[in-house]
Design a protein around this ligand. Structure first.
Ligand SMILES: NC(=O)c1ccc[n+]([C@@H]2O[C@H](COP(=O)([O-])OP(=O)(O)OC[C@H]3O[C@@H](n4cnc5c(N)ncnc54)[C@H](OP(=O)(O)O)[C@@H]3O)[C@@H](O)[C@H]2O)c1
Length: 269
């Protein structure tokens, strides 16, 4: 198979579906995974027809700890290896650490943190052997900002993904894998199904429109960043400005700001 393959998690909607469209438009084959098989199949049909590439669909629930290994075994069974990995699947878990079950928190960590790390760990040896690899971890602007009440572990796992991406990118360079790059993509508010799924759409609809970006430029800037070897990218001027603010504001002020604004998009009941 001549074409490179990009594996995209959470490809049934939003940012993941946009990654599928953009990698396909660049002439890559894509492997699409998420739980909703019919959505994946519809997207695969659309982009195969439009871009004349091959799109593989694999329905998996990443909350299952066996899913990452199974996903890659399925691809290997089809004779395919992963040249680019987009760890994108994610959601927000409303409520507080008090009000949520450990089962739900553990599943959250599995989907948003452990599965991305395991997938990266499993694809890296092949990337090193072939001398080429791209890994994009979809983190969030929330990984920069102070933690706040509600959706307790969201900022933690996204901050973890940012640090992991920086370290892995540095390791690849330090070990001489010059053409293996890893990037954390840190979107701010992006028009997708994310806020419908976590039940905050009514509140987030009240946020000013200038704070929002469509998925298209978010994804485009992520792909451009990983290709030039940039370890972290915050897409869009408004988001860049907010990321800078979190760095220059004194910490107590930053916390107070997130505390007051967080009420607008995080549910604590
Ligand atoms: N939208 C924003 O404002 C925003 C901002 C910053 C960061 N992000 C991050 O961007 C990423 C993509 O989110 P989005 O905005 O595109 O949201 P979305 O439209 O709701 O898409 C989320 C994707 O994740 C998949 N997913 C959720 N749980 C899964 C599970 N257990 N196993 C496998 N796949 C699962 C969903 O597929 P199925 O339901 O079919 O499984 C869907 O394809 C997330 O990591 C999110 O944290 C979003």
């Amino acid at each position: 198979m001549d074409r490179r393959l990009c594996l995209i998690t959470g490809a049934s909607a939003g940012i993941g579906a946009e990654f599928a469209r953009q990698y396909a438009a660049l002439g890559w084959d894509v492997a699409l995974t998420a739980r909703r098989a019919e959505r994946l199949d519809a997207l695969a049909g659309e982009i195969q027809e439009k871009y004349k590439i091959s799109a593989i669909t694999i329905a998996e629930d990443l909350a299952d700890p066996a899913a990452p290994a199974r996903l890659l075994a399925t691809l290997a069974g089809k004779g395919r290896h992963v040249d680019a990995l987009v760890n994108n699947a994610g959601y927000g878990l409303p409520g507080t650490f008090f009000s949520t079950s450990w089962k739900d928190q553990a599943a959250f960590i599995q989907v948003l943190y452990t599965a991305p790390l395991e997938l990266a760990h499993r694809v890296l040896p092949g990337m090193a052997e072939r001398g080429y690899g791209r890994i994009i971890n979809v983190a969030s602007l929330a990984g920069y900002a102070a933690g706040s009440a509600g959706h307790t572990l969201y900022a933690s796992v996204k901050a973890g993904l940012i640090k992991f991406s920086e370290s892995l990118n540095a390791e690849c360079q330090a070990l001489g894998h010059a053409d293996i790059h890893c990037t954390a993509l840190c979107p701010g508010f992006t028009w997708t199904e994310f806020h419908d799924v976590n039940g905050t759409r009514e509140d987030t609809n009240k946020m000013p429109k200038w704070m929002w970006m469509p998925a298209e430029p978010v994804v485009r800037q992520g792909i451009e960043a990983v290709n030039r070897g940039q370890p972290v990218i915050v897409p869009g001027l408004v988001n860049k400005g907010m990321a800078t603010l979190t760095r220059i504001l004194p910490e107590p002020l930053g916390r107070a700001m997130v505390r007051s604004q967080g009420k607008r998009f995080r549910r604590i009941e």
